[in-house]
Design a protein around this ligand. Structure first.
Ligand SMILES: Nc1ncnc2c1ncn2[C@@H]1O[C@H](COP(=O)(O)OP(=O)(O)OP(=O)(O)O)[C@@H](O)[C@H]1O
Ligand SMILES: CC(C)(CO)[C@@H](O)C(=O)[O-]
Ligand code: BAL
Length: 329
């Protein structure tokens, strides 16, 4: 078996910074009939990531984790430069999960991922990019207009490189995961397919319900007290007749309380969306849908999501209202 460690990285896990060496390893796994699961990440690993890795370890012979902070998905004003980069502790985290031979880590270089070069100014970009038209402008796409183009592009490249039998994404980034499921279907990909691209429920702080996120590291101690506002509002809204009005009302109240403590919060959005089209629903449309279920039986699940600024940190979260089995698998 090829175990390749290049540069100063020290780990009992095979760490590939060279994509040619990874391709050789992957071909060997295929020849040996070894099933490979895949968890794409931007590093700064937390228990949300390790739950994805555990899901992959449980269903595959080996699990590949990529760590790549993708410049193309950050707008020029976003936090690409300051995004946490913690490779040594990420490797230690992975080493604690499973025997090293069941894991491989790929840390691609920007020049290999973007051979034509990359700038965060979309108008100046050269090379091949992937757009999932019609599904990238709602919800997160409204606030981050070039985000999903950057994600779809890098994940296409990563899938082509890693060639996973199964791939694992988190519900926390629900639009991302559903958009990628659509993309692999549209592009007739084999590794993975829409059935083998799995979405795993959001891992939360057990006390506050806050969704774990690498960006939580940006929060000050005081901001941490208010960070669970979004999930609390979504939870309250999820059982109310008018989810949007209920959630917005609760957030407004917490925004006022936070201001008194010197913490500036701002609601970006809360939204109800169809999981197939990402079309938004009003509270009235949602109520009509639920009324129809009384006679017609269960309808499709609805995504109840939001984004909240806590100081300079933008946090996102979502709940799926209704039967989740068509989404979470
Ligand atoms: N709390 C979580 N529960 C389940 N999956 C998660 C969680 N947080 C992140 N993920 C998933 O891990 C994968 C890698 O995400 P990423 O490395 O961007 O971490 P992140 O915590 O989402 O970072 P960020 O703070 O930038 O959003 C994605 O599929 C993402 O949805
Ligand atoms: C999927 C992903 C690794 C692409 O860079 C990133 O958007 C993430 O970590 O969610
Ligand atoms: N977790 C999604 C990656 C991003 O927000 O850039």
């Amino acid at each position: 078996m090829a175990t390749t460690t290049t540069g100063p990285i020290q780990s009992p896990i095979s760490v590939f910074t060279d994509i040619g060496a990874y391709r050789t390893w992957r071909a060997e796994q295929r020849t040996a009939g070894i099933r490979v699961g895949y968890v794409p990440t931007m590093g700064a690993l937390h228990a949300g990531h390790t739950d994805l890795v555990r899901a992959s370890l449980a269903a595959n012979d080996k699990t590949v984790v990529t760590i790549f902070v993708n410049p193309a998905q950050f707008a020029p004003h976003e936090d690409f430069a300051s995004y946490p980069r913690t490779l040594s502790s990420d490797l230690a985290t992975l080493e604690s999960l499973a025997p090293p031979e069941s894991l491989a880590v790929v840390v691609p270089q920007v020049r290999d991922m973007y051979p034509s070069g990359i700038t965060q100014d979309v108008a100046q970009q050269k090379g091949t990019f992937v757009s999932v038209d019609g599904f990238a402008h709602q919800m997160e796409g409204a606030a981050r207009p070039t985000f999903f183009r950057g994600v779809a592009t890098v994940v296409t490249k990563l899938f082509n490189l890693v060639q996973p039998d199964n791939a694992y994404f988190g519900q926390k980034d629900i639009q991302q995961a559903l958009l990628l499921r659509r993309m692999v279907g549209d592009l007739l990909m084999t590794y993975p397919t829409p059935r083998t691209l799995h979405i795993i429920p959001t891992t939360r702080d057990t006390t506050t319900g806050l969704a774990l996120s690498s960006r939580n590291a940006y929060l000050s101690e005081k901001e941490r007290d208010f960070a669970p506002t979004l999930v609390s509002a979504l939870r309250a809204g999820s059982t109310a007749a008018a989810p949007l009005a209920t959630a917005r009302g609760l957030v407004e109240e917490r925004v006022r309380q936070a201001e008194e403590q010197g913490v500036h919060m701002r609601l970006d959005y809360v939204s109800l969306n169809d999981p197939d089209t990402f079309d938004s629903l009003t509270d009235e449309q949602y109520a009509a849908l639920r009324d129809a279920e009384l006679t017609d039986g269960p309808g499709k699940p609805i995504i109840f999501s939001g984004a909240l600024w806590v100081g300079k940190t933008r946090l996102i979260d979502n709940l799926i209202l209704g039967d989740t089995s068509s989404i979470i698998y």
